[in-house]
Design a protein around this ligand. Structure first.
Ligand code: 0WD
Length: 254
């Protein structure tokens, strides 16, 4: 029997067919999950709806995570459409491109706040409103990067926001564990997506991974998708508060 039969999972962060969230959706759908997608704004609405159309039984709803009222509305609509929620995939981040080059020391107050709001606080804001729908237990996951632990060239304020996100994963796991809700992060190796376009010197990073990672190749979206599927399934029932690397081993040598 498919691992996610009868599970309702909210997938946040599909922007296009290269998005990590889209690969995660493919892996979840492959195991019988019923998916609810959210999109940030009208700019991506049609694209997300077109993609969702290829997954029978899925739903599409708007949600800009910087607006509390939009998350309130989302949780009401999710409750109305499926009653019980089993999983939440958070695959959202943002920083201004000018903060993703040059020196971290030059980060502006507004740029710091915005990166943290969208990339770290949004997980808390969404978990806050979705955990009451996880009445049968649940699994929440987010996406992080090695730049949370190491000072990596150009990643700058996003690295600091990812550090906050990873700490948030631990605090949320501690809070929600008694309700049988698990919270984890996947730390993915660099993948060429829309978000990656904003990081200068990205090609050099990919080349370094090919040369140094134990598996001598860069990370593919589908590798992250399959690990996300594991985290959403009962196979990972003993894992919470963790950061799992899907990076072809780069973090152990880089
Ligand atoms: O190398 C990579 N691509 C890695 C990405 C390595 C390790 C981690 N990650 C993380 C990212 O930091 C992010 O948290 O994975 C997550 C997904 O990123 P992605 O799939 O690489 O990038 P993308 O396809 O651009 O999806 C991120 C999306 C946004 O896309 P754009 O590029 O249009 O900003 O996050 C969404 C949006 O769809 N997003 C928002 N959603 C709701 N409300 C908001 C917002 N305010 N802001 C951004």
């Amino acid at each position: 029997e498919p691992l996610l039969n009868g599970k309702n999972i909210l997938v946040m962060g599909v922007a296009n067919d290269r998005s990590i969230a889209w690969a995660i959706a493919q892996s979840l759908a492959g195991q019988g999950a019923r998916l609810i997608f959210t999109y940030e704004n009208e700019r991506v609405e049609e694209r997300v709806k077109k993609l969702a159309d290829t997954i029978p039984g899925s739903t599409v709803l708007p949600c800009n995570v910087t607006v509390d009222e939009e998350i309130d509305t989302l949780s009401a609509l999710v409750k109305e459409s499926c009653g019980v929620l089993h999983g939440l995939v958070h695959s959202i981040a943002f920083a201004k491109t000018e903060e993703l080059e040059g020196m971290y020391v030059d980060t502006s107050r507004a740029g710091f706040a915005l990166a943290h709001d969208i990339s770290a606080y949004s997980l808390v804001a969404v978990a806050q409103r979705m955990h009451p729908l996880m009445t049968e237990g649940g699994s929440i996951m987010t996406m992080t990067y090695l730049g949370a632990e190491r000072a990596m060239k150009n990643y700058n304020v996003m690295g600091v926001a990812k550090a906050a996100l990873e700490a948030s994963v631990r605090y949320l796991a501690a809070d929600l564990g008694p309700s049988n809700i698990r919270v984890n992060a996947i730390s993915a190796g660099p993948i060429r997506t829309l978000a990656a376009k904003g990081i200068s010197g990205f090609n050099t990073i990919l080349k370094q991974v090919e040369e140094k990672a134990p598996l001598r190749r860069t990370t593919e979206q589908a590798e992250v998708g399959d690990t996300a599927m594991f985290l959403m399934s009962h196979l990972s029932r003993g894992i919470t508060g963790e950061v799992i690397y899907v990076d072809n081993g780069y973090n152990i040598v880089g």
